[in-house]
Design a protein around this ligand. Sequence first.
Ligand SMILES: Cc1cc2nc3c(=O)[nH]c(=O)nc-3n(C[C@H](O)[C@H](O)[C@H](O)COP(=O)(O)OP(=O)(O)OC[C@H]3O[C@@H](n4cnc5c(N)ncnc54)[C@H](O)[C@@H]3O)c2cc1C
Length: 389
Amino acid sequence: MDGRGGKSVVVVGAGIVGAATAYFLSRRGYKVRLIEAVAPAAAASGSADGAVSVASKRPGPMMTTALAGIALYRQLEREGLFSGLFKQRPTVMVAEDESEVESLVGHADALAGEGMSLRRIEGEALRRYLPDVSPGVRLAIEVGNEGHAIGYEIVRRLIAASGVAVERDTRVLGLVDSGSGGSIAAVDTSRGRAEAEHFVIAAGGGSADLIGLPGIVRPRKGQLVVTERAPMLATTLPGALMSCRYLLSKDAIQGGGTAARRFGLVVDPLRTGQFLIGGTREETADTGNDLAAIRHLLASAVRLLPPLERLRVIRVFAGVRSATIDGLPVIGRMAGYDNLVVATGFEGDGICLGPLVGQAVSRIVAGEPGELDLRPFSPDRFAQRSLVA
Ligand SMILES: Cc1cc2nc3c(=O)[nH]c(=O)nc-3n(C[C@H](O)[C@H](O)[C@H](O)COP(=O)(O)OP(=O)(O)OC[C@H]3O[C@@H](n4cnc5c(N)ncnc54)[C@H](O)[C@@H]3O)c2cc1C
């Protein structure tokens, strides 16, 4: 069966990627079934810190794609879909010691090469720009045109606008081959079989087993802290403060680092006047918080922005990112199946990329050429096992 001509589609997973896919497909006139094991935003999309940012991306395809991701947030905000949900603000990357300055300058060159608007601030100007940060900060690079969005709010908005009723508490157990070769006929779920002409697997950490790529996606936990409101302090920060150590922690993991826990540091003043402080990168799927990690995050945050010491913590939480073994997401049609598309493995970047990826996936399903170069993210780079038992 060639499913490409039909208009019915099953989307597996109601995180930000599945929700965005459902939204863009329903706008194209597709009849969408959105099947979710738990509830919308039950996994990573509901426990992220929400930076919609290019600043932290590695040069190359992720940086280029993130730029397009932010542009789409701005467009959807202007058009009203994300009205009130996308806070535009710069990211301010800061470096303290010599090695951080060196790494930040190199990263700033890469960002400038992608056309990002940057401002380098040091010396007296730095003290005026960031009056409350530690005197230990030697260099700040302001990355303009970035923003913040709360993942579960975006998911809720996309689903409401799509008009699709989420099938909650329904786990997809496996794919059913059409038997005539080259296509999927249905998915088996904990509530029975769901047939359609197209299938999109956007199930985060649950995706790899379903598409016959077991082991390519690994859980990577992050712990985060939210403070009480402190609007006055928030007004002294032009945007999110990102310690250069955040980049180093991401790089260490992508370079094959093996330590079980790494710390980055981002202090983000939220729309509410609260501060979000993150986060860890831990090679585990457990979603608990522990005092040692929270204490470490708070101590680093207070060292960077001493007035935070006066604030009370009102919430700590943790979420699990889905990281691929080569650090790039998996987006595209599955080889050998003309009606099966996957989008997973967004690690710490899926809030930024989710709407864009949903739009791109809807184009793939419709068989239309996309504007994005998705070749670096093709599932073909991994050796696939049989999808069906
Ligand atoms: C601590 C933390 C901080 C982060 N910070 C940022 C950030 O600052 N900026 C940023 O851009 N990104 C950030 N992220 C990453 C971002 O949250 C994720 O990349 C993004 O949410 C992934 O979305 P998704 O839709 O692919 O997956 P998910 O949100 O994980 O959704 C997948 C859904 O599929 C469902 N599912 C799984 N298996 C099945 C199955 N078999 N059948 C049916 N349903 C299934 C799950 O229940 C889940 O609801 C962060 C993540 C964490 C954990």
